[in-house]
Design a protein around this ligand. Structure first.
Ligand SMILES: CC(C)(COP(=O)(O)OP(=O)(O)OC[C@H]1O[C@@H](n2cnc3c(N)ncnc32)[C@H](O)[C@@H]1OP(=O)(O)O)[C@@H](O)C(=O)NCCC(=O)NCCS
Length: 248
């Protein structure tokens, strides 16, 4: 389980007070209905989810417990389990006030092969990486979308026309995308991409490009979304990358 930066940290207190968790009759019915559960003890089920949560994010008066694609909302002070439902992130075009999330999602977009240590966060200051977000919003082709769940941005996808790894031409914005690590594989990336394609089309673009390391599982994700390999090259640290293009 991981604590979320820049938000109230409530996961420890939730675990410490796990015996105090309770719900109302309405809460119980809501959770059973939303998740189509066939269980006797909803509170016990929620307690187990809290103990083995993928991530717990404290926001305002609530804690949001994420477990296997389900979000449980708990009032942090009264320890009342309010509801639980499947991840249902809302996707919208990125607003200027949300640009501050880009450093986090740029960092999360860096491919780390299994078993490799996470790089230091300062890695994004490397000019070859920072170019993906530097002064975002000021140039043509700076378009983006974010996924929001319970008031928290959990994923972002954006494009730029920049001389970066996946640059093909000045008419083809290059894409970057990432989802918080604990929330990958639940369809959020697919939703973000579909919305971003629509935004790109609405802004008159006909193609979009990207670069992806050959051994990144995201390669299959991109192929499924209609990207085709157009070139191969070594990136600045010598990894083999595919350059991919998608007709919008
Ligand atoms: C790639 C990524 C944006 C996809 O978003 P997502 O919400 O996990 O994607 P979805 O649930 O809609 O689709 C899952 C697909 O992503 C792939 N995937 C890539 N990395 C994954 C991961 N760590 N966990 C789960 N799925 C992953 C799956 O193989 C699956 O592929 P498929 O389309 O062939 O079935 C997301 O997994 C991610 O942030 N990965 C790390 C950052 C990254 O590699 N960015 C791209 C840099 S070029």
């Amino acid at each position: 389980m991981k604590k979320m930066r820049n938000h109230d940290i409530t996961d420890d207190s939730l675990i410490e007070n796990i015996d105090k968790l309770h719900t109302t009759k309405m809460g119980e019915e809501r959770i059973i209905r939303n998740l189509k559960l066939q269980i006797e003890d909803v509170v016990l089920w929620c307690k187990e989810a809290v103990k083995s949560a993928d991530i717990i994010i404290g926001q305002g008066k609530n804690s949001y417990v994420y477990k296997a694609g389900v979000v449980i909302t708990i009032n942090t002070h009264s320890h009342t389990i309010i509801t639980a439902h499947k991840l249902n992130a809302k996707i919208h075009n990125i607003q200027e006030a949300e640009y501050e999330c880009l450093p986090e999602f740029l960092y999360q977009a860096i491919f780390i092969p299994k078993g490799m240590e996470l790089p230091p966060r300062e890695i994004i200051k490397d000019p070859e990486i920072f170019i993906y977000i530097k002064d975002f919003g000021k140039q043509e082709g700076d378009l983006g979308v974010v996924a929001e769940q319970n008031g928290q941005i959990i994923g972002a996808a954006w494009t730029r026309i920049i001389p970066a790894f996946g640059h093909i031409s000045d008419e083809i914005p290059e894409l970057a995308i990432s989802i918080l690590p604990e929330l990958r594989g639940f369809g959020i990336g697919t939703k973000l991409m579909r919305k971003l394609f629509a935004t790109l089309r609405a802004n008159g673009y006909q193609r979009t490009s990207l670069s992806v390391q050959k051994d990144n599982p995201a390669l299959h994700f991109y192929k499924r979304l209609g990207y085709e390999i157009t070139d191969e090259k070594a990136d600045h640290v010598g990894h083999g990358d595919y350059i991919m293009i998608k007709e919008l």
